[in-house]
Design a protein around this ligand. Structure first.
Ligand code: SF4
Ligand code: F3S
Length: 108
């Protein structure tokens, strides 16, 4: 199993999650983080850290969010590691309640 970041992270990117990961498996894109499924040890520490509940155990993902399993896997091989918290985007709070943000994902 692995843990998975879903579109709730997009344009919020609060990065509280990276501080607690014992194996540094978060990867940073322009406006979202993902988890490298080959590194995640399923410790669950990151889940309560995310202010917008963007992280799920693979098995707990809602049906409509299952595509994020493959997306985390793919993007985690493209994006660099992030291990320290950084300031969120200035407009992050305006995006935290917006649903279905996949359309805003920036891959590069
Ligand atoms: Fe890291 Fe644990 Fe979260 Fe996996 S479940 S991403 S190992 S903090
Ligand atoms: Fe994203 Fe939540 Fe981490 S918004 S960067 S998954 S703390």
């Amino acid at each position: 199993m692995t843990f998975v970041v879903i579109d709730k992270c997009i344009r919020c990117k609060y990065t509280d999650c990276v501080e607690v990961c014992p194996v540094d498996c978060f990867r940073e894109g322009p406006n979202m983080l993902v988890i490298d499924p080959d590194e995640c040890i399923d410790c669950n520490l990151c889940v309560p850290e995310c202010p917008v509940d963007a992280i799920f155990a693979e098995d707990d993902l809602p049906e409509e969010k299952k595509d994020f399993i493959a997306l985390n896997k793919k993007l985690s091989k493209q994006w660099p590691m992030i291990t320290a918290m950084k300031p969120a985007p200035v407009d992050a709070d305006q995006w935290k309640d917006v649903p279905d943000k996949l359309q805003y994902l920036e891959e590069n």
